[in-house]
Design a protein around this ligand. Structure first.
Ligand SMILES: [Cu+2]
Length: 473
């Protein structure tokens, strides 16, 4: 993450949103496509605090990009899949059916839930089979998450084919609800052949080798499945954007035309206090929440861009890596201005995991394709931890490209990155470890025994064994 500069809220108001109409305009102007959110999964339960939904993975022909159709995999017929929206305390049942020609799973990325509902490679769902995922969202778990397949060795393929969707867990006492209209923004990328099909190069080809080394990237960037959609905002209004990076390997260094944003949350939900930022880096698998204010006359336009970010190893760095890419346009509507809502100075309490409680320290060494020198083996337990133990993991990246590290089942806190203490506390299930750097995290293995994966979230790396197994018992 790019270090953020914390400032007082007064300064946020003076500085943060001053320039949407002046500094942040973009010359990019393609045919206007209105932003739309993915559908929400329909709750068929009539019981209070209970959510029951159905989710079907199927192969379909869909138009992912204008002018062509492709053979895709889709959840409930759409890419991205429908959003699971729930509240803390809800008991959730997902009735999943696999109508794909291949085995799959549904992994609820970031959720602190029982092992047998984690959707890891331990619980494949074969073609034609059904599986019920059941879990209860614990208090304090409100945040933005996502779901995707996690079958052994073919997660990258299935996500590239279209399987990913968002999850929003809400808190009944969320300090931002109602006054700050929300947008769920799922970022993804894909690559297409000349005939419009999804470009998945053959095994053994040079292109495939580059994908396996770099992590497959696409040249078409999507926001909720659309290319460069437009979000409309009233002058003065402040929107809450929940941003998910569902790309297989692309890291987005986000900037809003030079305009400040207010960073309010990470993977596992809100911070204690808002933080003003001018840019934010979101690695694949990560989520962020930001507040964005509309200012300026009707039609004032700014662009959310992905600025260049060099996560690559020299040999396979793409030629165009140093180019900024437009993601979405924010346009001031012609509706009358509104009085801006006050951003709370306190968002919630994020409990401290104290380092003096740590009973075990481990080193996790990331090299190209390996963790601690080994490829993953489903029959090997790499680490065994006691239920309820607090542990510090030092994750060191000894090679010349970034590896975003993900731990299943448990939210952790970052202690420091390359020796620099994390400026504020947040819940995370991902930490990007840049080339030749080290991050330390602290985690408590509470509530759920089981065999939990930890891995690089570059899906090609994960599929080729850059994964380990932690048994909590
Ligand atoms: Cu990696």
């Amino acid at each position: 993450m790019v270090p953020s500069r914390a400032v007082g809220l007064a300064a946020v108001f003076l500085i943060a949103f001053a320039g949407l109409s002046s500094g942040g305009t973009s010359s990019t102007d393609t045919s206007e496509r209105a932003f739309s959110s993915p559908r929400v999964m329909r709750n068929v339960s009539r019981e209070p605090r209970t959510v029951e939904v159905s989710l079907v993975a199927d192969d379909q022909k869909l138009s992912l990009q204008p002018g062509s159709t492709a053979d895709v995999f889709a959840y409930n017929g759409s890419v991205p899949g429908p959003t699971l929206e729930v509240y803390e305390g809800d008991r959730v049942t997902v009735n999943f059916e696999n109508r794909l020609p291949v085995a799959t799973t549904v992994h609820w990325h970031g959720l602190h839930i029982p092992f047998d509902s984690d959707g890891s490679p331990f619980h494949p769902v074969e073609p034609g089979e059904k599986r019920t995922y059941s879990f209860t969202l614990r208090p304090g778990s409100a945040g933005t998450y996502w779901y995707h397949p996690h079958p052994n060795h073919s997660t990258g393929y299935q996500v590239a084919k279209g399987l990913y969707g968002g999850i929003i867990v809400r808190a009944p006492d969320d300090p931002l609800t109602k006054r700050f209209p929300e947008k769920l923004i799922i970022l993804s990328d894909n690559r297409f052949a000349a005939d419009g099909s999804i470009d998945l190069p053959d095994m053994g080809s040079h292109k495939r080798h580059v994908d396996e080394e770099n992590g497959r990237e696409g040249n078409v960037l999507f926001v909720n499945g659309s290319v460069l959609p437009t979000i409309s905002i009233r002058d003065g209004d402040v929107q809450r954007w929940r941003i998910v990076n569902a790309s297989a390997s692309r890291v987005y260094r986000l900037a809003l035309g030079g305009t400040k944003m207010v960073h309010v949350g990470n993977d596992g939900g809100l911070f204690e206090k808002p933080v003003e930022v001018s840019e934010l880096t979101i690695a694949n698998g990560e989520r962020i929440e930001v507040l964005v204010r509309g200012t300026g006359a009707a039609g004032a336009r700014t662009t959310l861009q992905a600025l260049p970010y060099d996560r690559y190893i020299n040999q396979t760095r793409p030629k165009d890596w140093n180019t900024s890419r437009d993601l979405l346009a924010l346009v001031t509507s012609s509706a009358p201005p509104v009085k801006s809502p006050v951003i709370p100075t306190r968002l919630r309490v994020v409990p401290v995991i104290d380092t003096i409680d740590a009973s075990v320290r481990r080193v996790v060494t990331l090299s190209q394709g390996l963790i601690n020198g080994k490829p993953m083996d489903m029959s090997r337990i790499d680490f065994t931890a006691n239920l309820d133990a607090t542990e510090i993991w030092e994750i060191e990246n000894i090679v010349g490209m970034d590896h975003p590290f993900h731990m299943h089942g448990f939210q952790f806190q970052v202690i420091d990155r390359n020796g620099v203490p994390e400026p504020f506390r947040s819940w995370k299930d991902m930490v990007n470890v840049p080339k030749h750097q080290t991050a330390r995290i602290i985690v408590r293995f509470a509530n759920y025994p089981g065999k939990w994966m930890f891995h690089c979230h570059i899906l090609d790396h994960e599929d080729h064994g850059m994964m380990g197994i932690l048994e909590v018992k």
